[in-house]
Design a protein around this ligand. Structure first.
Ligand code: ZN
Length: 148
């Protein structure tokens, strides 16, 4: 029995070892964001893609979005505001293109992108408070599911 109070077979507390950051995503951690967790079938057998990122307040405009793309699986993408007095207020303005339509979003949101629906770019146009980001998809990795 391990001395920790949890089973590391199931509980993950560290970023993926040797995680290769996509060019559009910058670095593991910088003044704009900190990539907290990245889960896929390489991190835990049979796991599906899941990613968690903090975005930090900055005056820099983030236009480092992924290119427009679609997946063979549905994808869930969420951005969550951190004002304890109004959790619906995103504290940021996000431009998110879905199915060739631009959405300008200032509320905490969860998006479900069905399989085959083209999405992105996704740009944080402004951000005044920390924003928590979560994305997941049934595929075994993010990279393995992209298609043109
Ligand atoms: Zn996607």
């Amino acid at each position: 029995m391990s001395t920790s109070q949890y089973n590391s077979k199931y509980i993950i507390t560290q970023p993926k070892e040797g995680l290769v950051i996509p060019k559009w995503a910058g670095s593991l951690s910088d003044t704009r964001s900190t990539r907290l967790f990245y889960l896929d079938s390489e991190v835990r057998e049979n796991a599906f893609y899941c990613e968690v990122v903090w975005f930090w307040p900055t005056k820099e405009k983030d236009t480092s979005s992924p290119e427009p793309h679609a997946h063979d699986f549905g994808e869930v993408i969420g951005f969550f505001g951190t004002d304890p007095n109004n959790v619906s207020d995103l504290g940021a303005e996000i431009e998110f293109w879905i199915d060739n339509e631009k959405n300008l979003i200032t509320e905490t949101f969860l998006a479900f992108i069905p399989a085959g629906v083209v999405h992105c770019p996704l740009n944080i146009l402004s951000i005044t408070r920390p924003v928590f980001h979560f994305a997941t998809m049934q595929g075994s990795s993010y990279e393995g599911q992209e298609k043109d």
